[in-house]
Design a protein around this ligand. Structure first.
Ligand code: GLV
Length: 372
């Protein structure tokens, strides 16, 4: 791993230490100066400490620069998921935590620092954070909505097309040297154009998926806990149906729902049994909304034609048997992974962190109750 540290921008005033435990401590300098020297508030010779924060894992430099400019930051530069004990240890004495969706931010971590004011998640989903516990502790929680919608909708389509047209299977076939000549039934998949797509969750990402489906002249069905406004339905040409109708009628079912207690295993044997034998399931939301063992069984028994998955019930593990199946396209949770989008997410999370530490309302607060 490259542990070289470069000062952000033209301000070479911070130093890095690489302790033996592999955690890179990046300390902004000079320590003891205000993180937010607002002129009016600062008197000659006055020393105001920068807020101490922990960044749980490397993020794109553009986001890190914002944190380093405003905070006394410690950064885990080892691109490694930290254990609970390590996180607790690192959060001690910190006012801010910038974390990723792989960090399970529970009561113990939230309680590790009585000074903790904000947890800024670099993700739109925040099911990795015990928001209720944070709110009880008056800790602000923020996320990164909006900036990843189109990238995620694009990737949903990557999975859908790859699954329908057996693209990854075809690639494997070719690389294995099995292509000995054209065949009329070789690797035939399902058409997409003119078929029916069923979108579970017509939020920002679901709408992006629907917009793209119009280009394929698809019939668009959706289901959601709350029906979308008529103008949205009209604009997208999307028809609201109940969950059962959607699973029965769609050729492609795609999931864009948050992980909540009521959406846990939203797709299980019952839903898979409703689907057409030629249908495909796409999941780029959260793994636990699908009963993965039931899905493996449905795919194995060809009760549905295929699936495209970006997320898993127990990431990074996968249900037994999943990787052996050739009718599933698998991706390692990369739906929002474009260079631009990941940069925007990091900048947004860093801005949320700094705004909250400055005593302002961060733009993307998920538990506004803490401010009242
Ligand atoms: C990605 O999965 C996110 O929630 O941002």
């Amino acid at each position: 791993m490259d542990r070289t540290c470069k000062p952000p921008g033209a301000n070479p005033t911070w130093v890095c230490e690489v302790p033996l435990d592999g955690t890179l401590a990046v300390r902004t300098s000079p320590p003891g100066r205000s993180a937010f020297p607002s002129g009016d508030d600062r008197r000659e010779g006055e020393t105001i400490m920068k807020p101490r924060v922990f960044v749980s894992r490397m993020i794109p430099q553009e986001g890190l620069d914002i944190v380093l400019a405003a905070c006394d930051a410690e950064v885990n530069a080892d691109d490694r998921h930290l254990s609970q004990a390590e996180l607790i240890d690192k959060v001690k004495g910190k006012e801010g935590l910038l974390c990723l969706l792989t960090d399970d931010i529970n009561d113990a971590i939230l309680g590790a620092s009585p000074q903790l004011k904000v947890v800024a998640n670099v993700a739109v989903g925040y099911d990795n954070i015990d928001v209720q516990a944070a709110t009880r502790g008056k800790i602000i929680v923020t996320n990164t909505p909006g900036v990843l919608d189109d990238t995620t909708a694009d990737f949903t389509w990557c999975l859908l097309v790859a699954s329908a047209r057996r693209l990854v299977e075809a690639d494997r076939y070719l690389r294995a040297g099995k292509y000995t000549g054209w065949g009329i039934m070789l690797l035939c998949g399902e058409d997409i154009f003119g078929k029916t797509i069923g979108i579970c969750g017509l939020g920002r990402i679901g709408r992006g998926v629907a917009k793209r489906a119009r280009g394929f002249e698809m019939r668009i069905l959706y289901t959601d806990a709350v029906r979308a406004p008529t103008e949205v339905e009209r604009e997208l040409g999307a028809q609201f149906v109940d969950k059962e109708t959607l699973f029965r009628e769609a050729d492609f079912v795609t999931l864009h729902i948050p992980l909540l207690p009521q959406t846990h295993r939203y797709v299980s044997t019952k839903e898979l049994m409703l689907m057409k034998k030629t249908a495909h399931l796409v999941n780029a939301s959260r793994g636990p909304v699908v009963d993965e063992t039931a899905l493996v069984q449905a795919l194995r028994e060809r009760r549905i034609a295929g699936a495209g998955l970006d997320v898993y019930e127990h990431e990074p593990d996968m249900a037994s048997g999943l990787v052996e199946l050739d009718n599933v396209t698998l991706a390692p949770h990369i739906a929002s992974a474009s260079v631009d989008t990941r940069m925007k997410m990091a900048v947004m999370a860093a801005t949320n962190l700094v705004e909250a530490l400055q005593g302002r309302r961060p733009p993307n607060i998920v538990n506004p109750d803490v401010l009242s």
